[in-house]
Design a protein around this ligand. Structure first.
Ligand code: DGT
Ligand code: CA
Ligand code: CA
Ligand code: ZN
Length: 582
């Protein structure tokens, strides 16, 4: 058994004791033990081998004996005996908002319900309202809570939803007196496309004021746990937030440990052990028993391990530690490197602002150029442009360019439908009039791999098509994209010079991180664009850049970092080359 398993069983025992109606101090003892093992940061098997279990906070002789039993036999007799009295599956019922241990016991004893499924059925059939102390109203509330649980349950949240919330909470915590540092950690700092929960880290000498402020935030629904260095809350939207607080001199190890990923941490710890240290969120602790070494910055943590600093977006155990050891980490593209945005919409199709409004807003954000890429005619739902409208739009774009002067360039583009049969929405002679041609799939995404891949390759190989937007067409969290043969797509894009997009909208992030890395490896040029329908959407760029970073992209891999003249030249050369070859 490992730390997690012991934590799991102790938490279950605490819940089962609570349902049984046991003494509160006994229940709390198991919870405290679980929390301390959870934040132990060392392999509990090692601690046991050293005979030091009782040095763990909250572990006395009784609990140490139980841990020993689990580690040596893989079982816990006490748990098995308890399970005969209180079915362990009852613990799941406690996850339903508004269901406490007493009520769970009553439901079990009177209706013999032992699982969340059985409870759901009983509640829907109206069998709970007759229990003493219940009623039709509280039964209806319970049904709503069960629904909410299955909605949020184990579902992951979009990074675009979680990031602003995390920033908002941090704004409040960083001004609490005594706070010297604060940051987002976990998968959100690594900018995974979806996140399980928000992790926040704070450096402060005394955690109490921070914990108080955290628990009393308006958006908090319940404080799930509060310990000496850790609190966990559930927000009104069902999202979980973990907060850990340690003194400033431990900030580096704290931030590193809770940024993860877990697999990255495991590798760091192995490196530390080779150098004679255990490593957790608190410190490097020498195995020879001399006093611990603190790191106030993350840089020191990596330095001590003999590694280059590894940017958070690479910390997925995808070769970054090996690269850091060899001094081979990429210099990642940064948001500040981005000079253009090559995909956006205006009132000509389904956007909310005019060409000029979008251009001014982009210029105000420091960009040097944009491409206006409204939808083409067959995307009727998005008010796609006919050839005549497209030609009228050209006049407006020319006017915008004269008005904006030489330091900003508006390219006339299109986001052209690739129709279900693989043909393109505009004829070649119309495409030839445009500065920048995007082709994309919005319909018939469920076609067979062979069919949908052939459809996309047809667009990639058209000499007028400069870029493919959101290649798979997926929508997070649950609409899968086209089942493309990615290898075929990447090699065709590399051969033809067709740019592939990382669409920065957090509902897309398409290409995803892994595909972006494969594409770059095969020599494909990548664009990061917002697909803005309003100037507010320019904010979304950060998610696209983060995805590019997670794909190990350097600035030169991303065409938006190129001066616009170079970009235009690339697009023209590629068209000519392909035309000559074909
Ligand atoms: P999520 O929330 O599922 O999107 O993913 P994370 O990576 O945010 O995971 P979370 O919230 O469970 O934990 C935050 C970080 O804490 C995680 O990235 C690494 C660290 N951590 C958590 N549990 C463990 C563990 O059992 N072992 C190690 N080495 N690190 C852990
Ligand atoms: Ca997390
Ligand atoms: Ca967490
Ligand atoms: Zn678009």
């Amino acid at each position: 058994m490992r730390n997690r398993d012991v934590v799991d069983i102790f938490n279950k025992v605490a819940d089962m004791l609570a349902i049984r109606g046991d003494q509160i101090h006994r229940i709390l003892a198991y919870r405290k033990a679980a929390e301390s093992i959870e934040s132990l940061g060392r392999d509990i098997n090692v601690v046991y081998a050293e005979g030091k279990l009782t040095e763990i906070p909250g572990i006395g002789d009784t609990l140490a004996a139980k841990i020993e039993e689990m580690l040596t036999t893989g079982r816990l007799e006490f748990y098995e005996k308890l399970a005969k009295e209180i079915p362990p599956s009852l613990v799941d019922l406690l996850r339903v908002e508004g269901l406490g241990p007493k009520r769970v016991k009553q439901i079990y004893e009177t209706l013999n319900i032992t699982t969340l499924e059985e409870l759901t059925v009983a509640a829907r059939e109206g069998r709970l309202r007759d229990l003493p102390g219940m009623g039709a109203k509280s039964e209806a509330k319970l049904v709503a809570s069960i629904d909410a649980l299955s909605r949020h349950g184990d579902a992951r949240t979009s990074v675009g939803m979680a990031w602003p919330i995390a920033q908002q909470i941090l704004q409040t915590l960083k001004v609490v007196p005594g706070v010297t540092n604060s940051a987002v950690g976990g998968s959100l700092r690594r900018m995974r496309e979806t996140i399980g929960d928000i992790d926040l880290l704070v450096a402060a000498d005394s955690p109490d004021a921070v914990m108080d402020r955290f628990g009393s935030l308006d958006m908090v629904e319940t404080v799930v746990a509060r310990g000496p260095t850790r609190s966990r809350v559930t927000l009104l939207n069902g999202l979980g937030v973990d907060l850990r607080v340690l003194p400033a001199e431990r900030w580096g190890t704290l931030l590193c440990y809770f940024t993860g990923s877990k697999d990255h941490n495991v590798k760091l710890r192995e490196l530390a052990l080779k150098k004679g240290f255990s490593l957790n969120e608190h410190a490097f602790t020498p195995l020879d028993g001399t006093s611990e070494i603190l790191c106030a910055s993350e840089e020191e943590v990596y330095k001590r391990l003999g590694l280059e600093f590894i940017p958070p977006r690479l910390r997925e155990d995808r070769g970054e530690i090996e690269a850091a050891l060899a001094g081979n980490l990429p210099t990642l593209v940064e948001e500040a490197d981005i000079l253009t945005d090559l995909h956006m919409h205006t009132t000509w199709s389904d956007g909310k602002l005019s060409v000029m409004d979008m251009a001014r807003a982009a210029r105000d954000r420091g960009l040097r150029g944009i491409a206006i890429t409204d939808h083409s005619v067959s995307l009727g739902v998005a008010n796609g442009l006919s050839v005549e409208s497209l030609r009228q739009q050209a006049i407006e774009i020319e006017a915008a360019n004269s008005a904006l002067g030489p330091d900003f360039r508006v390219l006339h583009g299109t986001e052209m439908e690739i129709r279900a049969d693989g043909s393109l929405d505009y004829p070649d002679d119309v495409l030839a009039e445009l500065d920048f041609v995007i082709a994309s799939l919005h319909s018939a995404l469920g076609q067979s791999r062979e069919q949908v891949t052939r459809r996309l390759l047809n667009a990639i190989n058209n000499p007028h098509v400069d870029m493919i937007a959101h290649p798979t067409g997926r929508l997070l969290p649950d609409r899968a994209g086209a089942d493309l043969d990615m290898d075929a797509v990447f090699s065709a894009a590399a051969a033809s010079g067709t740019i592939l997009e990382i669409n920065a909208n957090p509902a897309r992030l398409d290409l995803n991180d892994v595909h972006a890395r494969m594409a770059i490896h095969q020599g494909v040029k990548i664009a990061v664009n917002t697909d803005a329908h309003h100037s507010d959407d320019f904010e979304l760029l950060q998610y696209g850049v983060a995805t590019a970073q997670r794909g190990w992209a350097a600035a030169n891999d991303i065409v938006n970092t190129w001066p616009i003249e170079k970009l235009v030249q690339h697009v023209n050369e590629v068209s000519t080359k392909v035309r000559d070859r074909g």
